[in-house]
Design a protein around this ligand. Structure first.
Ligand SMILES: [Zn+2]
Length: 303
């Protein structure tokens, strides 16, 4: 069982000091993927960094500016380019002289006959001012933030470690309230496992996810988070042990009792697992794995 943490006291539009160096303002965009909303973090005092300005909401822009009135925002850091994290970066920059750091939005993957759509996507693609590199640090008075590449939820996902508090702003890589969506092709389960190990190895004292409260029992939480995925993987392997199957065959059994409206998202998660299992030689299918492929167990694969 994952020891989820969900209790959080806050008020939309109001910045709370949540640690000596960290303030948090929550955007009013609650939902099934964002929980109570996007938590934007302000790091430092006087000269500050803003991590994940959030979605395009005027009220949230005003709240960040009000929270930092009389201070200078020198850096805007983006964990990844999903719509609840990055879009407010440029409007915020326009009101400050901050430099935006992060990774480019992945190229839109065009299906056949979709070139126009791809071209439109290219024009609208989010780009930071500076493409950050893994291990790169940025700093201000009393704070140092280090980029920790953590692909998996998104191919361009970057977490930021705050050295002074041995804390990690982990974006959507690890969330206290829920598991993370891994949806191929941009989401990648093999990378996700590696990124979990990477965070675990660093021995952080606190994780600050974008959505929900901080995780303070980091090692057991990450261990349980990883075990949850491994348990799902074993379930998929035992499904395949009964004979070849499509994801559609497996979903009603794997997600028994789960609201059917969530089955489409669940199917993408199972696909992420199967791509990982094919890649690691434990399952097989004809051609590239997709939602309609027939998967089978590789016979010597232990269940
Ligand atoms: Zn998010």
């Amino acid at each position: 069982m994952i020891p989820f943490v969900r209790d959080m006291t806050f008020e939309y539009g109001h910045a709370d000091a949540v640690s000596p160096m960290i303030r948090r303002v929550v955007a009013n965009n609650p939902g099934p993927f964002t929980y109570l909303g996007t938590g934007t973090y302000i790091v430092g005092h006087g000269e500050v960094a803003v991590i994940d300005p959030g979605p395009l909401l005027d009220g949230h822009l005003d709240a960040i500016l009000a929270a930092t009135a009389g201070e200078r925002i020198s850096h805007i850091l983006i964990t990844h380019t999903h719509l609840d994290h990055a879009p407010l970066a440029h409007p915020l920059q326009a009101r400050t002289d901050a430099v935006i750091y992060g990774l480019d939005e992945p190229r839109h993957q065009a299906d056949e006959g979709e070139e126009d759509h791809a071209a439109a996507g290219e024009a609208a693609r989010f780009r930071p001012d500076i493409e950050i590199s893994d291990g790169q640090t940025v700093s201000g008075p009393g704070w140092t933030l280090e980029a920790v590449f953590t692909p998996g939820h998104a191919s361009n996902h970057v977490a930021y470690a705050l050295a002074e508090e041995n804390a990690l702003f982990c974006g959507d890589h690890i969330m206290g309230w829920s598991t993370t969506v891994i949806s191929p092709p941009d989401g990648d389960m093999s990378q996700y496992y590696a990124s979990l190990d990477r965070v675990q190895a660093r021995g952080f004292e606190t994780l600050w996810p974008t959505h929900g409260p901080p995780i303070t029992e980091v090692a057991p939480f990450v261990e349980a988070y990883r075990n949850h995925r491994l348990a799902r993987e074993r379930q998929i392997l035992s499904e395949l042990a009964q004979g070849r199957a499509t994801i559609g065959d497996m979903i009603p059994r794997l997600y028994r009792g789960v609201d059917k409206r969530l089955h489409a998202a669940a199917a993408r998660s199972v696909l992420a697992h199967l791509i990982h299992l094919v890649r690691s030689g434990r399952a097989d299918c004809d051609g590239a794995p997709n939602l309609t492929s027939y998967f089978k167990l590789i016979s010597n694969s232990a269940v």
